[in-house]
Design a protein around this ligand. Structure first.
Ligand code: NAP
Ligand code: MG
Length: 400
Protein backbone atom coordinates (compact mmCIF):
# COMPACT_ATOMS: atom_id res chain seq x y z
CA UNK A 1 0.00 0.00 0.00
CA UNK A 2 1.44 3.35 -1.06
CA UNK A 3 1.48 6.26 1.38
CA UNK A 4 -1.20 8.85 0.53
CA UNK A 5 -1.67 12.52 1.41
CA UNK A 6 -4.52 14.97 0.78
CA UNK A 7 -3.28 18.33 -0.50
CA UNK A 8 -1.14 18.48 -3.63
CA UNK A 9 2.48 19.63 -3.56
CA UNK A 10 3.49 22.13 -6.25
CA UNK A 11 5.98 20.37 -8.51
CA UNK A 12 8.22 22.56 -10.66
CA UNK A 13 10.18 20.72 -13.33
CA UNK A 14 13.39 22.33 -14.60
CA UNK A 15 16.24 22.00 -17.07
CA UNK A 16 19.16 19.95 -18.35
CA UNK A 17 20.80 17.29 -16.17
CA UNK A 18 18.64 18.02 -13.14
CA UNK A 19 15.54 17.56 -15.32
CA UNK A 20 16.78 14.06 -16.20
CA UNK A 21 17.61 13.26 -12.55
CA UNK A 22 14.20 14.58 -11.45
CA UNK A 23 12.34 11.84 -13.32
CA UNK A 24 14.78 9.16 -12.12
CA UNK A 25 14.26 10.15 -8.48
CA UNK A 26 10.49 10.03 -8.84
CA UNK A 27 10.53 6.67 -10.64
CA UNK A 28 13.09 4.89 -8.49
CA UNK A 29 12.69 6.39 -5.02
CA UNK A 30 9.29 7.98 -4.55
CA UNK A 31 6.63 6.52 -6.84
CA UNK A 32 7.07 2.93 -5.54
CA UNK A 33 6.21 4.10 -1.99
CA UNK A 34 4.14 7.26 -2.20
CA UNK A 35 1.00 8.07 -4.19
CA UNK A 36 2.54 11.22 -5.70
CA UNK A 37 -0.05 14.00 -5.67
CA UNK A 38 1.30 17.16 -7.29
CA UNK A 39 0.15 20.14 -9.28
CA UNK A 40 2.73 20.14 -12.05
CA UNK A 41 4.36 23.22 -13.59
CA UNK A 42 6.94 22.84 -16.34
CA UNK A 43 9.50 25.58 -15.66
CA UNK A 44 11.84 24.15 -18.29
CA UNK A 45 13.20 27.03 -20.38
CA UNK A 46 11.28 25.95 -23.51
CA UNK A 47 7.95 26.13 -21.71
CA UNK A 48 8.80 29.41 -19.96
CA UNK A 49 9.46 30.85 -23.42
CA UNK A 50 6.29 29.32 -24.86
CA UNK A 51 4.16 30.83 -22.08
CA UNK A 52 5.99 34.20 -21.98
CA UNK A 53 7.14 33.13 -18.49
CA UNK A 54 3.52 33.06 -17.21
CA UNK A 55 4.10 29.51 -15.99
CA UNK A 56 6.59 30.79 -13.41
CA UNK A 57 4.10 33.30 -11.97
CA UNK A 58 1.39 30.61 -11.92
CA UNK A 59 3.70 28.25 -10.06
CA UNK A 60 4.46 30.95 -7.48
CA UNK A 61 0.72 31.55 -6.98
CA UNK A 62 0.19 27.81 -6.58
CA UNK A 63 2.82 27.69 -3.80
CA UNK A 64 0.86 30.42 -2.01
CA UNK A 65 -2.29 28.33 -2.39
CA UNK A 66 -0.93 24.92 -1.38
CA UNK A 67 1.85 26.01 0.98
CA UNK A 68 4.47 23.48 -0.19
CA UNK A 69 6.50 23.33 -3.40
CA UNK A 70 9.45 21.38 -4.76
CA UNK A 71 11.55 22.86 -7.54
CA UNK A 72 14.10 21.44 -9.95
CA UNK A 73 17.09 23.60 -10.94
CA UNK A 74 16.35 25.87 -13.89
CA UNK A 75 18.42 27.82 -16.42
CA UNK A 76 18.61 31.57 -15.83
CA UNK A 77 19.03 32.71 -19.43
CA UNK A 78 21.93 34.87 -20.55
CA UNK A 79 22.78 36.00 -24.11
CA UNK A 80 24.20 32.59 -24.99
CA UNK A 81 21.04 30.78 -23.80
CA UNK A 82 18.82 33.18 -25.77
CA UNK A 83 20.61 31.97 -28.88
CA UNK A 84 20.79 28.30 -27.85
CA UNK A 85 17.03 28.12 -27.21
CA UNK A 86 15.96 30.82 -29.73
CA UNK A 87 14.19 32.64 -26.90
CA UNK A 88 11.70 35.46 -27.37
CA UNK A 89 13.27 37.33 -24.46
CA UNK A 90 15.95 36.97 -21.79
CA UNK A 91 13.46 35.77 -19.14
CA UNK A 92 14.32 36.60 -15.53
CA UNK A 93 15.53 34.04 -13.00
CA UNK A 94 12.58 31.85 -11.88
CA UNK A 95 14.03 31.81 -8.38
CA UNK A 96 13.99 35.60 -8.30
CA UNK A 97 10.36 35.66 -9.48
CA UNK A 98 9.23 33.10 -6.90
CA UNK A 99 11.23 34.78 -4.12
CA UNK A 100 9.62 38.12 -4.87
CA UNK A 101 6.12 36.58 -4.95
CA UNK A 102 6.57 34.86 -1.59
CA UNK A 103 8.61 37.66 0.04
CA UNK A 104 10.71 34.83 1.38
CA UNK A 105 14.02 34.14 3.03
CA UNK A 106 16.34 31.46 1.66
CA UNK A 107 17.79 28.93 4.11
CA UNK A 108 20.74 26.82 2.99
CA UNK A 109 22.22 23.92 4.90
CA UNK A 110 24.78 21.22 4.06
CA UNK A 111 23.98 17.49 4.16
CA UNK A 112 26.72 15.93 6.24
CA UNK A 113 28.16 12.43 5.82
CA UNK A 114 30.92 10.61 7.72
CA UNK A 115 33.89 10.63 5.38
CA UNK A 116 33.61 14.17 4.11
CA UNK A 117 35.25 16.43 6.66
CA UNK A 118 34.62 20.17 6.49
CA UNK A 119 37.68 22.36 5.99
CA UNK A 120 36.89 23.65 9.48
CA UNK A 121 37.08 20.31 11.33
CA UNK A 122 35.25 21.63 14.41
CA UNK A 123 32.10 22.10 12.32
CA UNK A 124 30.53 18.79 13.31
CA UNK A 125 26.97 20.05 12.82
CA UNK A 126 25.50 21.89 9.82
CA UNK A 127 25.43 25.68 9.72
CA UNK A 128 22.20 26.96 8.17
CA UNK A 129 22.59 30.29 6.40
CA UNK A 130 19.52 32.53 6.29
CA UNK A 131 20.09 35.20 3.67
CA UNK A 132 17.87 38.24 3.41
CA UNK A 133 16.90 38.41 -0.24
CA UNK A 134 15.83 42.03 -0.73
CA UNK A 135 17.52 45.34 -1.36
CA UNK A 136 20.93 46.69 -0.29
CA UNK A 137 23.57 46.63 -3.01
CA UNK A 138 21.39 44.35 -5.22
CA UNK A 139 18.91 47.16 -5.87
CA UNK A 140 21.35 50.06 -5.88
CA UNK A 141 21.79 53.23 -7.84
CA UNK A 142 25.34 54.28 -8.60
CA UNK A 143 27.01 57.21 -10.24
CA UNK A 144 30.53 57.89 -11.37
CA UNK A 145 31.49 61.44 -10.40
CA UNK A 146 33.77 62.94 -13.01
CA UNK A 147 35.08 66.13 -11.50
CA UNK A 148 34.92 68.21 -8.33
CA UNK A 149 31.43 67.94 -6.91
CA UNK A 150 29.27 68.00 -3.77
CA UNK A 151 27.11 64.86 -3.53
CA UNK A 152 23.82 64.55 -1.62
CA UNK A 153 21.10 62.02 -0.84
CA UNK A 154 17.62 63.50 -1.28
CA UNK A 155 14.30 62.15 0.02
CA UNK A 156 11.14 63.69 -1.47
CA UNK A 157 8.08 62.79 0.59
CA UNK A 158 4.61 62.50 -0.92
CA UNK A 159 3.45 65.56 1.08
CA UNK A 160 6.13 67.74 -0.45
CA UNK A 161 8.62 67.62 2.40
CA UNK A 162 12.22 67.23 1.34
CA UNK A 163 15.14 65.92 3.36
CA UNK A 164 18.69 66.20 2.15
CA UNK A 165 22.03 65.06 3.48
CA UNK A 166 25.52 65.52 2.15
CA UNK A 167 27.39 62.33 1.24
CA UNK A 168 30.73 63.89 0.36
CA UNK A 169 32.61 66.62 -1.41
CA UNK A 170 34.47 64.87 -4.16
CA UNK A 171 37.81 66.25 -5.11
CA UNK A 172 38.69 65.09 -8.61
CA UNK A 173 36.94 61.88 -9.65
CA UNK A 174 35.03 59.36 -7.56
CA UNK A 175 32.01 57.12 -7.21
CA UNK A 176 28.81 57.23 -5.17
CA UNK A 177 26.08 54.70 -4.42
CA UNK A 178 22.53 54.78 -3.02
CA UNK A 179 20.98 51.68 -1.47
CA UNK A 180 17.74 51.06 0.39
CA UNK A 181 15.68 48.56 2.31
CA UNK A 182 12.07 48.35 3.52
CA UNK A 183 10.88 47.83 7.09
CA UNK A 184 8.24 45.46 5.74
CA UNK A 185 10.88 43.23 4.19
CA UNK A 186 13.07 43.29 7.30
CA UNK A 187 10.10 42.29 9.49
CA UNK A 188 9.42 39.41 7.08
CA UNK A 189 13.06 38.38 7.21
CA UNK A 190 13.06 38.37 11.01
CA UNK A 191 9.83 36.35 11.24
CA UNK A 192 11.02 33.83 8.64
CA UNK A 193 14.23 33.29 10.62
CA UNK A 194 12.45 32.87 13.96
CA UNK A 195 9.79 30.54 12.49
CA UNK A 196 12.46 28.39 10.88
CA UNK A 197 14.38 28.31 14.16
CA UNK A 198 11.32 27.04 16.03
CA UNK A 199 10.64 24.41 13.34
CA UNK A 200 14.20 23.13 13.40
CA UNK A 201 14.98 23.77 17.11
CA UNK A 202 18.10 25.80 16.27
CA UNK A 203 19.48 29.02 17.79
CA UNK A 204 19.56 32.17 15.62
CA UNK A 205 22.70 34.29 15.34
CA UNK A 206 22.29 37.58 13.54
CA UNK A 207 25.20 39.80 12.63
CA UNK A 208 25.25 43.29 11.07
CA UNK A 209 27.43 46.40 11.15
CA UNK A 210 25.36 48.60 13.48
CA UNK A 211 28.39 50.31 15.03
CA UNK A 212 29.31 51.94 11.73
CA UNK A 213 25.91 52.06 10.05
CA UNK A 214 23.95 53.65 12.88
CA UNK A 215 20.73 54.16 10.94
CA UNK A 216 20.71 51.51 8.22
CA UNK A 217 22.15 48.40 9.86
CA UNK A 218 20.86 49.53 13.23
CA UNK A 219 17.31 49.35 11.85
CA UNK A 220 17.85 45.63 11.12
CA UNK A 221 19.11 45.09 14.67
CA UNK A 222 16.15 46.99 16.17
CA UNK A 223 13.50 45.20 14.09
CA UNK A 224 14.93 41.78 14.89
CA UNK A 225 14.92 42.66 18.58
CA UNK A 226 11.38 44.03 18.51
CA UNK A 227 9.98 41.00 16.66
CA UNK A 228 11.84 38.64 18.96
CA UNK A 229 10.73 40.32 22.20
CA UNK A 230 7.10 40.78 21.17
CA UNK A 231 6.36 37.62 19.23
CA UNK A 232 8.93 34.91 19.82
CA UNK A 233 10.69 35.18 23.17
CA UNK A 234 8.23 32.94 25.02
CA UNK A 235 8.20 30.34 22.27
CA UNK A 236 12.01 30.32 22.17
CA UNK A 237 12.19 29.92 25.96
CA UNK A 238 9.73 27.03 25.77
CA UNK A 239 11.82 25.31 23.06
CA UNK A 240 15.11 25.99 24.83
CA UNK A 241 16.59 27.91 21.90
CA UNK A 242 18.22 31.35 21.82
CA UNK A 243 18.43 34.48 19.72
CA UNK A 244 21.68 36.44 19.78
CA UNK A 245 22.76 39.58 17.97
CA UNK A 246 26.40 40.44 17.52
CA UNK A 247 28.51 42.73 15.39
CA UNK A 248 29.16 41.00 12.03
CA UNK A 249 32.95 40.89 12.66
CA UNK A 250 32.42 39.18 15.98
CA UNK A 251 29.82 36.90 14.42
CA UNK A 252 32.31 35.66 11.79
CA UNK A 253 34.93 34.91 14.44
CA UNK A 254 32.44 33.00 16.58
CA UNK A 255 31.15 30.99 13.60
CA UNK A 256 34.67 29.79 12.78
CA UNK A 257 35.23 28.70 16.39
CA UNK A 258 31.81 27.03 16.66
CA UNK A 259 30.67 23.42 16.21
CA UNK A 260 27.84 24.48 13.87
CA UNK A 261 24.24 23.61 14.61
CA UNK A 262 22.63 27.07 14.40
CA UNK A 263 21.03 29.48 11.94
CA UNK A 264 23.27 32.30 10.81
CA UNK A 265 21.03 35.16 9.70
CA UNK A 266 22.74 37.60 7.35
CA UNK A 267 21.95 40.68 5.35
CA UNK A 268 21.79 40.26 1.60
CA UNK A 269 25.45 40.85 0.72
CA UNK A 270 26.88 39.10 3.77
CA UNK A 271 24.62 36.13 3.04
CA UNK A 272 25.67 35.99 -0.60
CA UNK A 273 29.36 35.89 0.26
CA UNK A 274 29.20 33.78 3.41
CA UNK A 275 26.96 31.11 1.87
CA UNK A 276 29.61 30.43 -0.78
CA UNK A 277 32.26 30.24 1.92
CA UNK A 278 30.21 27.91 4.11
CA UNK A 279 29.17 25.66 1.18
CA UNK A 280 32.78 25.28 0.08
CA UNK A 281 34.00 24.66 3.61
CA UNK A 282 31.53 21.78 4.02
CA UNK A 283 32.84 20.07 0.88
CA UNK A 284 30.43 20.08 -2.07
CA UNK A 285 27.79 22.26 -3.66
CA UNK A 286 25.98 19.07 -4.64
CA UNK A 287 25.30 18.41 -0.93
CA UNK A 288 23.65 21.76 -0.19
CA UNK A 289 19.91 22.00 0.41
CA UNK A 290 17.93 25.17 -0.05
CA UNK A 291 14.48 26.17 1.12
CA UNK A 292 12.57 29.40 0.60
CA UNK A 293 10.30 30.22 3.54
CA UNK A 294 7.71 33.00 3.43
CA UNK A 295 6.78 34.93 6.60
CA UNK A 296 3.33 33.30 6.55
CA UNK A 297 4.79 29.81 6.43
CA UNK A 298 4.87 28.72 2.77
CA UNK A 299 7.82 26.49 1.87
CA UNK A 300 9.61 25.90 -1.42
CA UNK A 301 12.38 23.26 -1.49
CA UNK A 302 15.20 22.85 -4.01
CA UNK A 303 18.83 21.87 -4.43
CA UNK A 304 21.31 24.75 -4.12
CA UNK A 305 23.22 23.77 -7.28
CA UNK A 306 22.31 24.54 -10.89
CA UNK A 307 21.36 22.38 -13.86
CA UNK A 308 24.88 20.85 -14.17
CA UNK A 309 25.20 21.78 -17.85
CA UNK A 310 28.57 20.13 -18.46
CA UNK A 311 27.17 16.73 -17.43
CA UNK A 312 24.06 17.28 -19.57
CA UNK A 313 26.07 17.70 -22.77
CA UNK A 314 27.80 14.39 -21.98
CA UNK A 315 24.41 12.79 -21.37
CA UNK A 316 23.19 14.07 -24.75
CA UNK A 317 26.22 12.34 -26.29
CA UNK A 318 24.98 9.07 -24.85
CA UNK A 319 27.51 8.97 -21.99
CA UNK A 320 26.59 7.80 -18.49
CA UNK A 321 27.10 10.62 -15.99
CA UNK A 322 27.92 10.46 -12.33
CA UNK A 323 25.86 13.49 -11.31
CA UNK A 324 25.06 13.73 -7.62
CA UNK A 325 21.28 13.55 -7.02
CA UNK A 326 21.40 13.91 -3.20
CA UNK A 327 20.42 17.59 -2.87
CA UNK A 328 17.50 17.00 -5.27
CA UNK A 329 16.40 13.94 -3.27
CA UNK A 330 16.47 16.14 -0.15
CA UNK A 331 14.34 18.75 -1.93
CA UNK A 332 11.68 16.05 -2.38
CA UNK A 333 12.00 14.72 1.17
CA UNK A 334 11.83 18.28 2.51
CA UNK A 335 8.57 18.92 0.65
CA UNK A 336 7.05 15.55 1.55
CA UNK A 337 7.99 15.97 5.22
CA UNK A 338 6.48 19.46 5.25
CA UNK A 339 3.26 18.05 3.76
CA UNK A 340 3.41 15.32 6.40
CA UNK A 341 3.63 18.01 9.10
CA UNK A 342 0.76 20.11 7.68
CA UNK A 343 -1.47 17.02 7.53
CA UNK A 344 -0.13 15.29 10.63
CA UNK A 345 0.76 12.32 8.41
CA UNK A 346 3.27 10.27 10.41
CA UNK A 347 3.87 7.72 7.63
CA UNK A 348 4.85 10.43 5.18
CA UNK A 349 7.20 12.03 7.72
CA UNK A 350 8.77 8.65 8.49
CA UNK A 351 9.20 7.95 4.77
CA UNK A 352 11.04 11.27 4.28
CA UNK A 353 13.34 10.52 7.21
CA UNK A 354 14.08 7.03 5.91
CA UNK A 355 14.83 8.18 2.37
CA UNK A 356 17.29 10.78 3.68
CA UNK A 357 18.93 8.20 5.92
CA UNK A 358 19.20 5.70 3.07
CA UNK A 359 20.89 8.33 0.86
CA UNK A 360 23.45 9.22 3.53
CA UNK A 361 24.09 5.56 4.45
CA UNK A 362 24.66 4.61 0.82
CA UNK A 363 27.46 7.20 0.63
CA UNK A 364 28.85 6.13 4.01
CA UNK A 365 28.97 2.52 2.74
CA UNK A 366 31.34 3.70 -0.02
CA UNK A 367 28.92 3.96 -2.97
CA UNK A 368 28.87 7.52 -4.31
CA UNK A 369 29.00 9.82 -7.33
CA UNK A 370 32.27 11.18 -8.69
CA UNK A 371 32.16 14.58 -7.01
CA UNK A 372 32.11 12.90 -3.57
CA UNK A 373 34.52 10.08 -4.44
CA UNK A 374 37.12 12.79 -5.09
CA UNK A 375 36.89 14.19 -1.54
CA UNK A 376 35.76 11.18 0.53
CA UNK A 377 38.37 10.17 3.11
CA UNK A 378 37.88 7.06 5.27
CA UNK A 379 40.33 4.21 5.65
CA UNK A 380 37.68 1.66 6.71
CA UNK A 381 35.54 2.13 3.59
CA UNK A 382 36.27 1.14 -0.04
CA UNK A 383 35.06 3.89 -2.33
CA UNK A 384 33.18 2.92 -5.48
CA UNK A 385 32.25 5.65 -7.94
CA UNK A 386 28.93 4.92 -9.65
CA UNK A 387 26.67 6.64 -12.17
CA UNK A 388 23.54 8.47 -11.07
CA UNK A 389 21.12 5.65 -11.84
CA UNK A 390 23.19 3.00 -10.03
CA UNK A 391 23.46 5.31 -7.03
CA UNK A 392 19.67 5.76 -6.91
CA UNK A 393 19.18 1.99 -7.28
CA UNK A 394 21.50 1.39 -4.31
CA UNK A 395 19.59 3.92 -2.21
CA UNK A 396 16.34 2.22 -3.20
CA UNK A 397 17.72 -1.15 -2.09
CA UNK A 398 18.58 0.23 1.32
CA UNK A 399 15.26 2.02 1.59
CA UNK A 400 13.36 -1.22 0.98
P1 NAP B 1 25.99 24.19 -11.58
O1 NAP B 1 24.94 23.62 -12.44
O2 NAP B 1 25.73 24.15 -10.12
O3 NAP B 1 27.32 23.39 -11.88
C1 NAP B 1 28.62 23.88 -11.63
C2 NAP B 1 29.60 22.72 -11.49
O4 NAP B 1 29.49 22.20 -10.16
C3 NAP B 1 29.28 21.53 -12.38
O5 NAP B 1 29.81 21.68 -13.66
C4 NAP B 1 29.85 20.38 -11.60
O6 NAP B 1 31.25 20.32 -11.69
C5 NAP B 1 29.52 20.79 -10.17
N1 NAP B 1 28.19 20.30 -9.74
C6 NAP B 1 27.10 21.05 -9.40
N2 NAP B 1 26.10 20.26 -9.05
C7 NAP B 1 26.54 18.99 -9.14
C8 NAP B 1 25.95 17.72 -8.92
N3 NAP B 1 24.69 17.61 -8.51
N4 NAP B 1 26.70 16.61 -9.12
C9 NAP B 1 27.97 16.71 -9.53
N5 NAP B 1 28.59 17.89 -9.77
C10 NAP B 1 27.87 19.01 -9.58
O7 NAP B 1 26.29 25.70 -11.96
P2 NAP B 1 26.56 26.43 -13.37
O8 NAP B 1 27.29 25.49 -14.29
O9 NAP B 1 27.15 27.71 -13.02
O10 NAP B 1 25.13 26.70 -13.97
C11 NAP B 1 24.44 25.84 -14.88
C12 NAP B 1 23.04 26.38 -15.11
O11 NAP B 1 22.31 26.29 -13.88
C13 NAP B 1 23.00 27.84 -15.51
O12 NAP B 1 22.15 27.97 -16.65
C14 NAP B 1 22.41 28.58 -14.32
O13 NAP B 1 21.58 29.63 -14.71
C15 NAP B 1 21.63 27.51 -13.62
N6 NAP B 1 21.53 27.66 -12.14
C16 NAP B 1 20.33 27.42 -11.58
C17 NAP B 1 20.15 27.46 -10.21
C18 NAP B 1 18.80 27.18 -9.64
O14 NAP B 1 17.87 26.89 -10.37
N7 NAP B 1 18.65 27.22 -8.35
C19 NAP B 1 21.25 27.74 -9.39
C20 NAP B 1 22.50 27.95 -9.98
C21 NAP B 1 22.63 27.89 -11.36
P3 NAP B 1 32.03 19.46 -12.79
O15 NAP B 1 31.54 19.92 -14.11
O16 NAP B 1 33.45 19.80 -12.52
O17 NAP B 1 31.71 18.00 -12.56
MG1 MG C 1 27.37 34.22 -4.14
Amino acid sequence: MKIKYETPIVEMQGDEMTRVIWDMIKDILIDPYVEINTEYYDLGLKNRDLTDDKVTYEAAEAIKRYGVGVKCATITPNAQRVEEYSLKAMWPSPNGTIRAALDGTVFRAPIMVKGITPYIPSWTKPITIARHAYGDVYKNSELAVNGNADCYITVKYEDGNVEEKKIASIDGRGIIQGIHNLDKSIYSFARSCFNYALDSALDVWFGAKDTISKTYDHRFKDIFWEVFEKEYKDKFDASGIKYEYSLIDDSVARVIRSNGGFIWALKNYDGDVMSDMVATAYGSLAMMTSVLVSPDGKYEYEAAHGTVTRHYYKYLNGEQTSTNPVATIFAWTGALRRRGITENNKKLIAFSDKLEKASVKTIESGIMTGDLAAIFKRKDVDVKKVNTKDFLTKVSGLLK
